[in-house]
Design a binder for this molecule. Sequence first.
Ligand code: ATP
Ligand code: MG
Length: 260
Amino acid sequence: MSEEPRIPVAPDEETEIPESHPRHESLLARHRIEEGVEKGITSLQGLIAQGRGEAYDYLLGERTIESADAAARAAAAHFLLADHPVISVNGNVAALCPSAVVDLAEATGADIEVNLFNRTDERMAAIAEHLHEHGASEVKGLAADAEIPGLDHARATVDADGIHAADVVLVPLEDGDRAAALDAMGKTEIVIDLNPFSRSPQVADVPIVDNLVRAIPTMAEHARELRDRPCENLKTIVEGFDREAALAAAEGAIRSGATK
Ligand code: ATP
Ligand code: MG
């Protein structure tokens, strides 16, 4: 008989998921996404996106590979050098790691903007409120007074003094189309996505192939370590990053099946 701790099929509280369970992290993520749907934060499509992400995470050995850590470091350097860095937050990101988003914004002086693929006023407001509950002082995205060129209206909507004006944008889990449109606006784009073949990391200046629940805290950690460094030093880190090599390393890790 297995000695694994037993867990309820659909736990009501995070504390019902025993930390000793070998799939604790994954169960916690599922619980948070499910709760996100119940609270009106996450869309039903978000459940499917999470499933696709989990499959790739499994293939990567559910760890931050070395190239993803280097990408998170380059991303942190980009944020520290930026005039106006913005973290774009969707329903999955808000449900999975709201505190980590707030912490990264604090560590880098970035703005937080809610930006949804399936935009509704209710969901925008619910996510903004959820982020405030987790310590965010200002959440952008509700003004909706600018557009990203080249996209249809609903998906183009952003804030004029937020993503529209940003020079560096972190888009964890962006749709491929929108990632390309942001890129065409000349922004430096940092994408977190577990699937290195997805179009969004393919067009990113810095693709971080990692689970966002690991990548966002990793980026904050690097930012705190780097934030007193001179600009020249940060620029060297940015220039030393090779996006093609990072994507190839992630693909290599998946294909080789090496979990260490
Ligand atoms: P496209 O090629 O247009 O980018 P896609 O494969 O990315 O398509 P989506 O519906 O955008 O299709 O899929 C969601 C994406 O989000 C997947 O690439 C998946 O790997 C990624 N993803 C889901 N959950 C996470 C997570 N927790 N951390 C990182 N990436 C995730
Ligand atoms: Mg994608």
